[in-house]
Design a protein around this ligand. Structure first.
Ligand SMILES: Cc1cc2nc3c(=O)[nH]c(=O)nc-3n(C[C@H](O)[C@H](O)[C@H](O)COP(=O)(O)O)c2cc1C
Length: 363
């Protein structure tokens, strides 16, 4: 049966379907619990949360489900990709949009709020989720040992075969291999994100051949054809972000959800550093088009993120969808608006239908 994989056996999930973590508020306790209750594995993106908020959010998920779920953090990076331009040049590039929104010139990027990763990790350990997933690097050895002692499965994120191998060698129990179709940030950590752009169809079978641990496939999966395809490529489960972001339980704004559901608009996505300083896939807009012509005038993360913060908030307040970063992957046009439980059920029925069509042996 297609539902019986090393992933479903390990977590006791009914389906090999993971709702990808979406930090910054995209994944909510409601979404995570709805997915886990429906037979998938929900994951809560926690990188932006203080340790106390991580504890509260995990408790909130637990009040809503007794099924397994995952918590996710960003591994702090020592060095960001690329050159650091003169801040005044980068800020001058953003000023025309600020002017349109009635914002005064920004003289320097506001100081970033940096979360204390060690304390965030302690909160995750205390919450004791079935899985801890992470992105942007390897988990340091003492933390691997702590998670293992508590029986928390570790899921690292890879964008290349080398990263998957490094994650396996460092003690990860599963690897999420993310093709460049995926919405959100590229989690590359061995080379720059621009040097780590492989599509799901190529990446998954190579990673599945290179490592012994189970592989979750992410990037461009939004219906049962995609789930069946990545299982055929050697994945143990499909990790889906954008399609779950469109569900009513997600933390996406109404404007964001509507933009993803507008098939004409959602057909155009771009990998850009324009809003945060790290490469991320979002729906193409004026800002991504303009800044694509001036990549050297983008500050490294987290400074670009701070430099665009006020602009993003002001654009959201007045509904300027041409200036807002709507995170989303290449397969948004395959997804529809609805509930998370409905999406899990539809994905399961569609995947079963694909295997049915392919013949009894394939099931
Ligand atoms: C808005 C958004 C935020 C995301 N935040 C995170 C995150 O904090 N941590 C992480 O590991 N992955 C994050 N991702 C990646 C997803 O978990 C998932 O792997 C990806 O969306 C799969 O590709 P798809 O969007 O084509 O389905 C994010 C994706 C989106 C769309």
């Amino acid at each position: 049966m297609w539902t019986s994989t090393p992933f479903t056996e390990r977590f006791g999930c009914r389906y090999p379907i993971v709702q990808g973590p979406m930090g910054g508020g995209g994944s909510t306790p409601e979404l995570v619990a709805a997915v886990s209750n429906a037979g998938g594995l929900g994951s809560l993106g926690c990188y932006h949360l203080e340790p106390a908020a991580i504890r509260d959010a995990a408790a909130d998920v637990r009040r809503r489900t007794d099924r397994p779920f995952a918590l996710n953090l960003w591994i702090p990076r020592e060095r960001e990709d690329g050159e650091s331009p003169e801040p005044s040049r980068a800020l001058a590039r953003l000023q025309p949009y600020r002017e349109e929104l009635g914002l005064p010139p920004l003289l320097e990027p506001p100081a970033p709020t940096v979360q204390d990763f060690e304390r965030q990790f302690e909160a995750v350990l205390e919450a004791r989720p079935a899985a801890f997933s992470f992105i942007f690097g390897l988990l340091p050895e003492p933390m691997v040992a702590e998670a293992r002692r508590r029986g928390i499965a570790m899921i690292g994120t890879a964008t290349t075969v080398e990263e998957a191998e490094a994650l396996e060698a460092s003690g990860a129990d599963l690897v999420c291999a993310s093709g460049f179709e995926a919405g959100g940030h590229r989690g590359s950590f061995l080379r720059t994100a621009e040097q780590s752009l492989t599509g799901t169809l190529s990446l998954i079978p190579q990673v599945a051949s290179a490592v012994r641990i189970p592989v979750l496939a992410a990037g461009g999966i939004a219906d049962g054809r995609g789930v069946a395809a990545v299982l055929a490529l050697g994945a143990s489960a499909a990790q889906i972000g954008t399609a779950f972001l469109m569900c009513r339980e997600s933390g996406a704004s109404d404007l964001h959800r509507a933009a993803l559901a507008d098939r004409t608009r959602a057909r155009r996505t771009t990998l850009t550093r324009a809003y945060t300083g790290r490469l991320a896939r979002i729906l193409t807009n004026r800002v991504t088009d303009d800044l694509a012509r001036a990549p050297a005038e983008i500050l490294p993360y987290p400074y670009q993120n701070e430099a665009t913060r006020e602009l993003r908030y002001a654009a959201a307040r007045v509904g300027r969808t041409d200036l807002l970063p709507f995170y989303g992957g290449q397969s948004a046009p395959l997804a529809t608006l609805g509930s998370a439980a409905g999406l899990v059920a539809t994905l399961a029925a569609e995947t079963a239908a694909v295997f049915e069509r392919l013949g009894p042996e394939s099931r």
